[in-house]
Structure formats: structure tokens, C-alpha cells
Design a binder for this molecule. Sequence first.
Ligand code: ZN
Length: 250
Amino acid sequence: MPNLPLSPIRTGGRSVRFFDQNLNVDGLSFNIRRSDRRKTLQITVERSGELVILAPPQATDSDLADFVQEKLVWVHTKIEEKARLQQRAPVKEFVDGEGFLYLGKSYRLRLVDSQLIDLALKNGRFCLRSASKHRAREVFVSWYIRKAQAWFEKQTLQCSNRMDVNIEEVKVQDLGYRWGSLGSGGRVSFHWKAILLPPRIAQYIVIHELAHAHHPNHSTKFWTKVEQHLPDWRARKEWLAENGMQVEGL
Ligand SMILES: [Zn+2]
């Protein structure tokens, strides 16, 4: 028997169309994630801009459509807010005097003719060899990765002892829209951009990821674990949500 095409449902005069795991409303595309553990509907706007509906398994298509309609104003506000935060990230030009972040401080760039290495941080300045300017971004990223590797290894070692977590490997890489990720087999990864953040914020990312070794989700138990090791986690989390985007202009 051929698959039956899904027919559009009309709600509030707008066209709503359902696909497998997708719901399109008012020009917005939502990914539907159903879970046995969910009791209520929830919409989230991910850092990537992805729109997600978290739903209990029994939620019907029209439940979802009604819920989205109800929340449309909120969703549009959230999307605008994300766009505003992202706009603040300036695109780097790698010119003299331009500021570059490292552990929360901004250092001005100076292009230098005579330098053996591509990039060095000395006397409070980033010194970039002029001959390397054409690949400045790559040079900066590999500098940040090197620094991040050392910093996050040290922090992870300290925190993992305190938090009774066994970590086998610390990786630093481009994690897209995530700051950190705890994998299986005791592997924890951090985004190299996290080394641009103030140390207290980067520490929060470490503790957040290691707390996932005890609780894989963001349940109340998880946040209690975070709080046990970082009583002011909430302020740090808020700072990251508000300012974290700034470091993404490189
Ligand atoms: Zn998490």
C-alpha cells in the first residue's frame, strides 16, 4: 500500500503541515522529539537556531499545532534575540590594533615583519607575522587549540578528582554550537573557542560537562550536582548565554 500523503491541517487560518519528525508553522520548521519521560510540551530554540518541540509520545499532531500557535510570539521573540546576540560578534580582519580574546581579556594585534613563529602573545600583544596574514584565522585557531588543550586538561584533572569522575581523554575541537560534550569511555570534549571566555565561565563549562558523568540530562539532580561544586553556577550560565556569542566572530 502506498504511503498516504499527510494532509495539511488548518489552524487559526494558517497552513500547518506535518512531516515525519518535522512541523512547519508560519514559515518556521520545528523538529519534533518525542520521549517517554516527557509529560508536557515544550519548545526550545537551540543555539544553532534550530527549533525543537519536546513532546510526550501520546501528543497528537493537532496538540502540537495548537501548542506552537500559542507560543508563536514567544518563538519569534527568541529568534530575534538570538539574531541580536549573534550580530554583536564582529568578523575579524586581522589588522593592527584589532582586539583578540584570550581567557576573557582582549589583546591588541600587531603585525610584525621579523618573527620566527606565526603568532606569539608577548608584552600584552598578539604578534602575527605579516607573512602569515593570509592564513591568519588558521594560525589563530591553532594557537587557541594549543592553549585550550593545556588549560582544559589541567582544569579537568582538578575538577574530575573533586567530582569523583573518571576522565580518560580531554579533546579540544570545533564542537559547532556546543561548548562541551561528555562522550562515552571517559572522554570529554571542549570547543576551542571556550578558551576565549573568562576563566570562571570556562570553569563552569568544565563542571557542567563533568556533572553529566553523574546525570546525563539536565534534570534537577544534575543542577544540584553542579551547584555542589559551583554555588554561583546560575550567574555564570546566564553570562554565557548572554555573552558567549561574542567570541564567535573569529
Ligand atoms: Zn549539559
